[in-house]
Design a binder for this molecule. Structure first.
Ligand code: ATP
Length: 660
């Protein structure tokens, strides 16, 4: 039984369904320890035969038997295993992987063996030493001479200790000195008990072997034994093949990424800008939203509902309630009185947590020394006002008021207005008694603080105002109420229920004003803006994904030959796919990290620049934004690599090896 046997091998290439037969029935037997040269005219089918022997070609008729066992060439997996365990290739054009060092080129073959990390390294170094390259191990192939490159290729072919070495014109590109050295190495390989099959045009090379097979017109027309085959040594090999582990693909992808560092950096920068846009817009959305909420909440209590009497009995909008307020107060103050029954009904409304009585003065005069000021609205301090609206001083205690900054300026001067805090001012206004007769009220109150900003208002201590009214026999009943909703989410419902309270004639009796409605409008706009920004960011992510797809396709076409080399070494389609998806995932991951660095810098700068102005961090990136960005980047880069990786895996290894 021969070690390797070819039986009735036939092969034809097809062009427009027309068959061009190349091999027309080849029967050959080979033994280990042989150094066989295959000679023949150009185009005679030598390389085609080598691809069949080497397990690269699946489309032929006939049988290949190894140790008497049929190699099922229709099954891809069987051929992958066969190449991985049995065959080592040496090519005329060396076919080294340019982005790997000499040592790594040899280690690629060793990745598919059962040796541990140290053993692999030791073996690679030993083989490189044997071919005389121990000083060149860390160089890249483009820094080697032709002879040196071919010796690296020989070391790689021997790395996994295969029993068959196929060399296609191994000395075709070498000078005579290097040719002699390579032939000596090949002879030594045969001496070590391997089967060496060399395709050559050179009689000198052929004479070096133990046997010459001549191929003409697709048939064997000569088989000459020059010397007996070398005796077989005892089989010392302990190296067992195994499938390529995923970690090896990741390592190789990473090395390729680093080899093309600058080009990849630009791609990563491009992708990172897309991810950065998503992060920044999301952070800005969070910040703006938070800022507006914060502004509104700091000045007013969003859970509070201000309730007035509705003298019309009809349904009124919040704007209508507000605009008719002053007029009603002046024309018929009695019509605005909220009685005990109203207060009780409000308190019973579902979702109302508390009801607070209040008085609003429609028009009043303040005087400080010789200066006077007239105001149009002063309310008793209530739950809708927050202490944050007071910028200087504090909320009004007994006998105290809070004025607006503007009022303080009018009563003093633009430079000294703050001095008014703690000073007493005279307050006078008109009111009515329970019969509706006018009563003039006046008294001295102390300025507790000054309110400032959009919702600044004038407020007076409730007990103080009640006391002033009582003293003059005026009506002390409330003319507005503050209802606090039990939660932020039911403010509008509570307001609606209050608006719907009716008297015996089925007329509406109260009108409710909420700050929640303002908040809602603002939130709608913020949400709209965030959606638009997210869409823009989404487009930039799409561009990033397209960029990765293009890059990966470019990478596949640049690395076509490498794909062929790796397939010839025994890598599966799956390994090739992983090579490209993992590289893309690295790009995605590094882009995300780069985006995080950029967004961190921009966030710090923007927040720093704007903090002085708005006292708020306008960009707020949350931990979930960061996780989202990294996950999205990895997913997008993985998806973007799927098509190119699939394309790479499907390449025919023979065509890939023939690529320029
Ligand atoms: N993929 C292919 N499609 C079509 N025809 C092919 C293909 N590959 C090879 N051939 C043809 O098959 C024939 C044998 O080619 P092959 O490369 O095996 O010859 P060879 O003996 O190795 O030649 P050389 O010594 O010049 O390398 C040639 O005529 C070639 O044109």
């Amino acid at each position: 039984m021969a070690f390797l046997e070819l039986k009735g091998i036939q092969k034809a290439y097809y062009l427009d369904k027309q068959a061009f037969p190349v091999l027309k029935g080849i029967d050959l037997q080979f033994e280990r320890g042989e150094f066989v040269s295959i000679l023949g005219e150009s185009g005679g089918g030598k390389s085609t035969l080598m691809n069949i022997i080497g397990g690269l070609d699946r489309n032929f008729d006939g049988q290949v038997l190894v140790n008497g066992e049929l190699l099922d060439h229709r099954k891809e997996q069987q051929l992958d295993n066969y190449r991985r365990s049995m065959v080592g290739y040496i090519y005329q054009s060396y076919n080294l992987i340019s982005h790997l060092t000499v040592l790594d080129n040899v280690l690629v073959a060793l990745d598919m063996t059962n040796l541990n990390k140290d053993e692999k390294r030791q073996r690679a170094l030993k083989l490189l030493d044997q071919v005389g390259l121990s000083k060149q191990v860390h160089k890249h192939p483009n820094h080697l001479s032709g002879g040196q490159k071919q010796r690296v290729a020989i070391a790689r072919a021997l790395a996994s200790d295969p029993q068959i070495i196929i060399a296609d014109e191994p000395t075709g590109a070498l000078d005579s000195q290097n040719t002699r050295e390579v032939l000596t190495l090949l002879d030594q390989i045969a001496k070590d008990g391997k089967l060496v099959i060399v395709v050559t045009h050179s009689q000198e090379v052929a004479d070096h072997g133990t046997r010459i097979v001549h191929l003409a017109d697709g048939k064997i027309d000569g088989d000459e034994r020059l010397r007996p085959a070398y005796a077989l040594p005892e089989d010392p090999t302990h190296i067992k093949p195994r499938q390529l582990p995923a970690a090896a693909s990741y390592r190789m992808s990473f090395k390729h990424l680093m080899y093309n560092f600058w080009r990849n950096s630009l791609i990563m920068l491009g992708t990172a800008i897309g991810i950065f846009a998503v992060l920044l817009f999301s952070g800005l959305g969070n910040g703006v939203n938070g800022y507006i909420q914060n502004q509104i909440n700091s000045l007013t209590n969003p859970r509070s509902i201000t309730v007035f009497k509705n003298p019309t009995g009809k349904k009124l909008t919040q704007d209508q309630i507000q605009s008719s307020l002053m007029q009603n107060m002046a024309a018929d103050p009695q019509s605005m009185v909220i009685n005990q029954a109203d207060l009780k009904r409000m308190a019973k409304v579902t979702g109302a947590a508390s009801v607070q009585k209040g008085n609003m003065i429609g028009g009043y005069r303040l005087s400080y020394g010789k200066l006077q000021q007239s105001g149009s609205s002063m309310t008793t301090w209530n739950k809708s006002v927050t202490a944050n609206s007071i910028k200087h001083g504090h909320k009004p205690g007994k006998g105290e008021v809070v004025l607006t900054k503007q009022q303080a300026i009018q009563l003093t001067s633009p430079k000294k207005y703050r001095d008014l805090v703690g000073k007493s001012v005279k307050l006078s206004f008109n009111w009515v008694n329970t019969k509706g007769d006018p009563v003039a009220i006046d008294g001295v109150v102390k300025v507790a603080g000054l309110s400032e900003g959009a919702s600044a208002g004038t407020t007076i201590n409730y007990a103080t105002l009640q006391h002033m009214l009582k003293q003059k026999g005026a009506d002390t009943r409330p003319n507005f109420a503050t209802v606090n909703a039990s939660s932020l989410t039911n403010v509008e419902e509570v307001a609606n229920r209050i608006n719907n309270l009716r008297n015996g004639k089925h007329e509406r009796i109260l009108g409710a004003i909420t700050v929640g409605s303002i908040l809602k409008t603002v939130n709608t706009y913020v949400h709209l803006a965030s959606t638009i920004l997210a869409a823009i960011a989404g487009i930039s992510l799409l561009v990033s994904a397209l960029m990765i797809i293009v890059t990966m396709y470019m990478s596949v076409s640049e690395r076509t030959k490498e794909i062929g080399i790796l397939r010839a070494l025994g890598e599966r389609k799956k390994d090739i796919r992983r090579l490209f998806t993992s590289e893309s995932i690295f790009i995605g991951l590094f882009s995300a990290l780069l985006a995080l660095v950029i967004v961190a810098i921009v966030t710090i700068c923007l927040n720093h620049a704007l903090y002085g102005l708005i006292k708020y961090n306008i960009v707020q990136i949350t931990a979930s934004d960061v996780v989202f960005a990294v996950v999205v980047a990895v997913i997008i880069s993985f998806i973007a690599a799927l098509l190119p990786a699939r394309y790479a895996a499907k390449l025919n290894p023979i065509d890939a090896l023939a690529a320029d």
